[in-house]
Design a protein. Structure first.
Length: 169
């Protein structure tokens, strides 16, 4: 079942962080190499949840979460850039639930929600080496739009990512 989170009161930070456990561990090693592993991961988790509540969920941005049997298994952040134009970040599936199609479900159901609002264009940056994410995006109607990924929020270019795009049908 798709859950749409549009304000901070709706966010269950603990359940959401379960999805991003692996990424949080990687980020902790990179950002806090001098801290104990557990302490570093907790600092990353707290910062992530604070960012979502205070910065991300401020207006038209939304978090979409796929819940299966009461467990949050996959999620993505959808940024409203301007009318009909969106940018996705952080499409991820909990490590214990990968290779079961949950990433495609949350992505395709998010696109269905957008279809109800009228014509749209959605962009994402996907690492050139992340074959699973590239396949998921393609399965959901995305195409490689650029050989260089672009963060449409900052304008920053990523030479190691493809720019992906999906338009309303």
């Amino acid at each position: 079942m798709l859950i749409t989170i549009s304000n901070p009161e709706e966010l269950d930070g603990e359940r959401l962080m379960g999805i991003y456990r692996e990424s949080n561990e990687e980020n902790a090693e990179d950002q806090y190499p001098d801290l104990d592993g557990t302490e570093a991961v907790e600092k990353i988790r707290r910062g992530f949840v604070e960012f979502i509540k205070k910065d991300f969920l401020n207006g038209a941005n939304r978090y979409f979460v796929w819940e299966e049997d009461g467990v949050w298994v996959s999620a993505l952040r959808l940024y409203f850039v301007r009318e009909g134009f969106y940018y996705i970040e952080a499409l991820e599936t909990h490590p214990d639930y990968r290779r079961r199609g949950y990433g495609a479900r949350v992505l395709s159901e998010t696109l269905k929600v957008l279809e109800k609002t009228g014509p749209f264009e959605v962009h994402d940056c996907v690492s050139r080496t992340n074959e699973a994410s590239l396949a998921t995006h393609r399965k959901c109607g995305f195409v490689i739009d650029s050989d260089v990924g672009v963060n449409y929020l900052s304008g920053k270019r990523n030479e190691r990512a493809y720019g992906m795009r999906c338009d309303s049908k």
